[in-house]
Design a protein around this ligand. Structure first.
Ligand code: UDX
Length: 444
C-alpha cells in the first residue's frame, strides 16, 4: 500500500519506517526542514536502537522517503497517517493545534479518496473534529479512523513490529477492511471498535500503567517503614495473572513524553464532562512527590546539602533513550541546585539534551560515571543504564569523598552493598545502612 506519515517524531518516524519494512511504500513528511535534511542524509534525529539500520535499508529499497512537501505526500498515498505531537497546554489539556493544522493541510492537498488515520494521542471526539474540519475544506470523499500507538521509547521498533495488540476505530466498513489488511501481519490481536472507544483505549491504557507505577511506589514507601522488600512484594503480586508482573518496578516515578502528559489530559477530559477522576489525580500527585524522596534521603544521610558535591548518574527518563522530557532528574537537580549543592552529572546518551534544557554554573558535566563520582559525597542513581550495574562499589567508594549511595532504581543487590562501605538507600527495600540489619541480611 502507499502510505503517508505526517510528523517524524517518535510515533511517526518509527511507524513509517516499520510500515516500509513490511513492504509498503511510505513517505514521511515534516514541516521541520532540519529533521528532513538529517533523515535524507542518513542521520536519525532521535536515539532509538535499530532504527537507523531500518531507515537505511528501506531507503535503499526505495520503500521509504522523506520530504517537507505535504502536497506531494498527500497526493501520493491512499492512506494518510497523522502522527503529530499533542503537547500539554498549561492547564494539562492536550494542545490540538498541530492536529488541526495537519487536517487543514490534508484537506487542501487532497486529490482523490483518502483514508485519514490518527495515530497521535487525542482526546475523545477529536477524530470527529478532524472529519468536520476536512469536510468543510474539500470536495473529495474520505474516511477517518483512530489507530492509537502504544510503542515505548527504547523498544519502539520491536513494539511496532510485534505489538501486543492493534486497535482500529472507525465507523466505515471499507476503511476497516483496508486497515485490518494493513496491520494483520503485525498481530492476531486486532481490536476493531468505534472511534471514540479507540481514542479512550489509549488514554485508559497509559493511565492504568501510570497507576500501577504509583501504586507500587506507595507500597515501596510503606515497605521502607515496615521493613519489607518491595521487589519481593512485587514478585509475589505479579505471579497472580490478574495483576501481572509488568510495571511494578518501584523507583523515583515515571517521566517521559506520554505518561505525565496523558494522565493530565485524561483528568481534563473527565473534568469537561463534570467527572472528577480522583484516582488518577492521586496517581499524578504520588508521582510528583516520589522523585523528591531522593532529596529527603540525601538530607537524612548528609544533613544540609549546601556546598555538598553530589554525583547524579542518569538524566534520561529511562534507559536506552536520549529523551529527557519530564525526566525525574530535571526536578531533582533543580532542587539540589536550589539548596546550594554542586552537581556532577553524567548520562551515557542524554547528557547533551539535558544540558540544553538545564545548565548552571554549579553543574559539572562528567565524561563518565567515574568522573561524576570523583570527590563527591553521594551518588544518586536516577536512570538504570546497564553500565551502572557493572560498577564495583568498593572501587567506586575509593574515588569518593564520602560514601552515600541513593539507588533510585534498585539497581544494586544487598550482596554488593553489604561488602562495600556505602550508606545505601534503595526504594522500598530493607534499610542496609545500619549494622544490625546488615548482619541480619547477611545471615539470610
Ligand atoms: C509509554 C507507554 O509504555 C507506551 O505504551 C506509550 O505509547 C507511551 O508511553 P514510554 O514513555 O516510552 O512508553 O516508556 P515506558 O517504558 O512505558 O516507561 C515510562 C516511565 O515509567 C519511565 O519513566 C519508567 O522509568 C517508568 N516505569 C516503568 C517505572 O517507574 N516502573 C515500571 O515498572 C515501569
Amino acid at each position: 500500500m502507499k502510505l503517508t506519515m505526517i510528523g517524524t517524531g517518535y510515533v511517526g518516524l518509527v511507524s513509517g519506517v516499520c510500515f516500509a519494512e513490511l513492504g509498503n511504500e511510505v513517505i514521511c513528511v515534516d514541516a521541520a526542514a532540519h529533521k528532513i535534511d538529517m533523515l535524507n542524509a542518513g542521520e536519525v534525529p532521535i536515539y532509538e536502537p535499530g532504527l537507523k539500520e531500518l531507515i537505511a535499508s528501506n531507503r535503499a529499497k526505495e520503500q521509504l522517503s522523506f520530504t517537507t512537501d505535504l502536497n506531494e505526500a498527500v497526493g501520493y498515498a491512499d492512506i494518510i497517517f497523522i502522527a503529530v505531537g499533542t503537547p500539554s497546554l498549561p492547564n494539562g489539556e492536550a494542545n490540538l493545534s498541530y492536529i488541526e493544522q495537519a487536517a487543514a493541510d490534508i484537506a487542501r492537498a487532497m486529490n482523490g479518496h483518502k483514508i485519514i488515520v490518527t495515530k497521535s494521542t487525542v482526546p475523545v471526539g477529536t477524530n470527529e473534529m478532524i472529519r468536520d474540519l476536512i469536510s468543510r475544506n474539500t470536495s473529495h470523499s474520505f474516511a477517518v479512523a483512530s489507530v492509537p500507538e502504544f510503542l515505548r521509547e527504547g523498544t519502539a521498533v520491536q513494539d511496532t513490529l510485534a505489538p501486543d495488540r492493534v486497535v482500529i476505530g472507525t465507523e466505515d466498513g471499507e476503511t476497516l477492511r483496508t486497515l485490518v489488511e494493513l496491520h494483520k501481519r503485525l498481530t492476531h490481536h486486532i481490536i476493531t471498535t468505534d472511534i471514540r472507544s479507540a481514542e479512550m483505549i489509549k488514554y485508559a491504557s497509559n493511565a492504568f500503567l501510570a497507576t500501577k507505577i504509583s501504586f507500587i511506589n506507595e507500597i515501596a514507601n510503606i515497605c521502607e517503614k515496615v521493613g519489607a522488600d518491595v521487589t519481593r512484594v512485587a514478585e509475589g503480586m505479579g505471579y497472580d495473572r490478574r495483576i501481572g508482573s509488568a510495571f511494578l518496578k518501584a523507583g523515583i516515578g515515571y517521566g517521559g513524553s506520554c505518561f505525565p502528559k496523558d494522565t493530565e489530559a485524561l483528568i481534563q477530559i473527565a473534568g469537561h464532562v463534570d467527572y472528577e477522576f480522583k484516582l488518577l489525580k492521586s496517581v499524578v500527585e504520588v508521582n510528583n512527590d516520589q522523585r523528591f524522596n531522593v532529596i529527603r534521603k540525601l538530607k537524612e544521610a548528609l544533613g544540609p546539602l549546601e556546598g555538598r558535591n553530589i554525583a547524579v548518574w542518569g538524566l534520561a527518563f529511562k534507559p536506552d533513550t536520549d529523551d529527557v522530557r519530564d525526566a525525574p532528574a530535571m526536578d531533582i537537580i533543580q532542587s539540589l541546585l536550589a539548596q546550594g549543592a554542586h552537581v556532577r552529572a553524567y548520562d551515557p546518551i542524554a547528557q547533551a539534551n539535558f544540558r540544553r534544557e538545564l545548565d548552571h554554573p554549579s553543574i559539572t558535566w562528567a565524561e563518565d560515571a567515574w568522573e561524576a563520582a570523583q570527590d563527591s559525597e553521594a551518588v544518586c542513581l536516577l536512570t538504570e543504564w546497564s553500565e551502572f550495574r557493572l560498577v564495583d562499589l568498593n572501587e567506586l567508594a575509593a574515588v569518593m569523598k564520602d560514601h552515600v549511595l541513593i539507588d533510585g532504581r534498585n539497581v544494586f543487590g544487598p550482596e554488593q552493598v553489604l561488602l562495600s562501605p556505602f550508606r545505601y538507600y534503595s526504594v522500598g527495600r530493607p534499610d542496609l545502612t545500619h549494622l544490625e540489619q546488615r548482619i541480619a541480611v547477611r545471615n539470610g
